[in-house]
Write a protein of this length. Structure first.
Length: 198
């Protein structure tokens, strides 16, 4: 399998972390990719020119991190990341959704930072920032468990992206329970080995 990937993408990190957590990362070739230049190999697999994009051994191209992570969970390997029991499953999926929302807002805000300042841009950036702040407050009230599943991995990747791109606005302030959770969960190999670097 081939994974189109960029080390600073929180979505690609989530997929890579899931592969490591399941013990199948050695089955995946990481293809460093800059989706912003729309390389032909990526476009052939994903017409949206977005990462992550996984091309399976039989040539099926999958994109969007929730889809890829669910596919990886069907492969032979270790621990399932999508709990089978309904209560834990819905909880993990909810955590994944809030984490993906944090990533969407943070990545959107990061992209807007490079544009000229104007009222509409500033309003959009404030909206993104508020969405992240509200989501962090929800996670502070109910931090993920230390169980490795799709929800906890996604939350760790979202927090890691905030550390990488918004280090001047530390999310840890006012979130001691979430900070403690992240410090402990971040020691898991799937998170430690995929830590992004600028």
């Amino acid at each position: 399998m081939k994974l189109f990937h960029a080390p600073t993408s929180p979505y690609a990190r989530k997929v890579h972390a899931c592969a490591i957590a399941r013990g199948i990362d050695d089955l995946i070739e990481i293809v460093p990719t800059n989706p912003h230049v729309s390389p032909p190999e990526l476009i052939a697999a994903n017409p949206l020119s977005k990462i992550p994009c996984l091309v399976t051994d039989d040539g099926l191209a999958l994109f969007d991190s929730p889809v890829i992570c669910e596919y990886l969970d069907t492969l032979d390997g270790g621990l399932p990341l999508f709990p089978r029991s309904l209560g834990p499953r819905w909880h993990a999926l909810k955590e994944q959704a809030i984490a993906d929302g944090i990533m969407d807002a943070a990545v959107g805000r990061r992209m807007e930072q490079g544009r000229p300042q104007e009222a509409a841009r500033d309003a959009l950036m404030a909206r993104y920032k508020s969405a992240v702040a509200r989501s962090l407050d929800v996670l502070e009230a109910h931090p993920p468990s230390q169980t490795i599943d799709i929800g906890s991995i996604a939350v760790a990747c979202a927090l890691g992206y905030l550390n990488l791109r918004f280090s001047d606005e530390p999310w840890r302030e006012g979130h001691p329970k979430l900070t403690a959770w992240f410090a402990e969960f971040g020691l898991n190999p799937c998170i430690a080995r995929t830590k992004p670097t600028p």
